[in-house]
Design a protein around this ligand. Sequence first.
Ligand code: ADP
Ligand code: MG
Length: 351
Amino acid sequence: MTGVTLNRVVKRYGDVQVIHGVDLDIEDGEFCVFVGPSGCGKSTLLRMVAGLEVTSAGQIRIGSRDVTKADPAERGVAMVFQTYALYPHMTVAENMGFGLKMTGHPKAEIAAKVAEAARILKLEPYLDRKPKALSGGQRQRVAIGRAIVRGPEVFLFDEPLSNLDAELRVEMRVEIARLHREIGATMIYVTHDQVEAMTLADKIVVLRAGRVEQVGAPLDLYNDPDNKFVAGFIGSPSMNFVAGKVAAAGVDCPGLGGTVTVSAHMPGVGSEVTLGLRPQHLTLVPGNSHVIEVAEALGGVSYVHVTAATGEKLIVESRETLKVRLGERVGIQFDPAHIMAFDAKTEKRLR
Ligand code: ADP
Ligand code: MG
């Protein structure tokens, strides 16, 4: 059993608290992604699991062991960083085997482990090359290989693909998913990119300002967010949000063009709520409630940005070939069953 458990974990830098009591259960063999905006504490939390940051309060367990105060080397983890930090004067094979060499492992064992990592990562043709003769993606693979040869119980990745160009990032994302299937070890992966989180994770942990907003499988977070932050963060383009006021017969929502029926338990008449609708659940129709501001035609799909009379902006997804004119007045249509409602103040989901 090499799951990872965090129990009321806190991090303070001097007087400033940046992680506010995080509880988390990551199961053996799970691919867990920490996602959230820059500065929300993803790296700090990961580095606390790695033992690179002191844990101010709370407990961290790896498997059955309490590692809260253990040295990084005793934790059975290996970390892959955004910067590859390879030794330029060593070959790929030497870079991958260096950690084992330093801890005095026999040559034959190192060679076997490096060969196995090279096979998994398709690095066999490059074992004798120096890092400068490799592409960015190959260098990142060497950095991952260095982690694999150590045979850790838990792999920790901190934004490992951020330095790669978009195309390579997609390719390496697929590689990392394959690596996880092949090795089956517990992995914790940090990213600010919700698409990366959605495509890689068994379990996503959405963080905001040092707190866990929600934990769940990617599609559960997408389909059933607990609050407005998660609803807006997961999904691209983001969910549209408009202000509403609970009325006797539904919710008055000028941003959506009138009174709408919301199938959630609403607070009393007069209460302020926020309504959410994803771009793919809106359709443009003839009308004059909204004005077209921008149309992004991406080929198979278009995103049309419209503004309501309230000034609220909405994105409408269209898969048809649209002939829209900027500044033109249009109406929007939607199935009210797709509307999500949130308390305007607490931003909690109303169900
Ligand atoms: P993320 O990885 O999600 O972008 P970090 O974990 O790097 O965020 O940072 C979380 C918060 O902790 C930020 O507000 C950051 O400014 C703060 N922080 C990180 N390292 C230190 C440090 N050494 N001293 C003081 N504050 C820090
Ligand atoms: Mg970070």
